[in-house]
Write a new protein. Structure first.
Length: 178
């Protein structure tokens, strides 16, 4: 910027000098030099502001642990364990309800069947499990998990339950609805 100001100032001085000498000769072309504008005072630079404190990048979500129901064991089913997984009443989990023997009518009983191989390791069934209920007319069976259906009793009674997985029968167990 200073250089442009100096060059502009020299051009003004030369123009004044030529005009003071009586003009220009016809052999010398007239050159009109650009006139630089008066320098503008630079605005004071603002006070430095502290740099923003960088925020740490969110930690990547940990890889979820594989569910015990999902496994890569395709060994034949040797035995099946079945029972009450838990009970919920009006959507609230009933504490300590695993393997419950007595349940109020209207509460939902979540069942569980776990097929295992000869090494006692959970295995994938080849065919859809078949659940058997002693009083099927007194319950509503729901849910999409074939190894964990839910049952809700419509009246007081005793229900005896077992499941067959790949031709292997589970233990039988009973739930009394009151």
């Amino acid at each position: 910027m200073l250089r442009a100001w100096i060059i502009g100032g020299l051009a003004v001085v030369a123009a004044v000098f030529v005009a003071a000498c009586g003009g220009t000769s016809p052999a010398v072309p007239s050159v009109t030099a650009p006139v630089a504008a008066a320098p503008i005072a630079a605005a004071p630079s603002p006070s430095p502001t502290p740099a923003a404190t960088p925020t740490a990048a969110p930690a990547p979500a940990p890889y979820p642990e594989p569910s015990p129901e999902i496994n890569d064991n395709d060994a034949p089913v040797d035995h099946v364990g079945a029972g009450v997984y838990y009970v919920d009443c009006n959507g609230a989990l009933v504490p300590n309800s695993r393997n419950a023997k007595e349940v109020p009518v209207g509460c939902r009983v979540h069942l569980d069947a776990t097929p295992k191989d000869a090494e006692n390791v959970p295995t994938n069934p080849r065919y859809r499990p078949e659940w058997f209920f002693s009083e099927p007319g007194n319950i509503d069976v729901s849910g999409s998990n074939p190894l964990g259906p839910m049952i809700t009793a419509s009246r007081a009674h005793k229900q005896t339950i077992n499941v067959w997985v790949d031709g292997v029968q589970s233990n039988s167990f009973s739930v009394t609805f009151y």
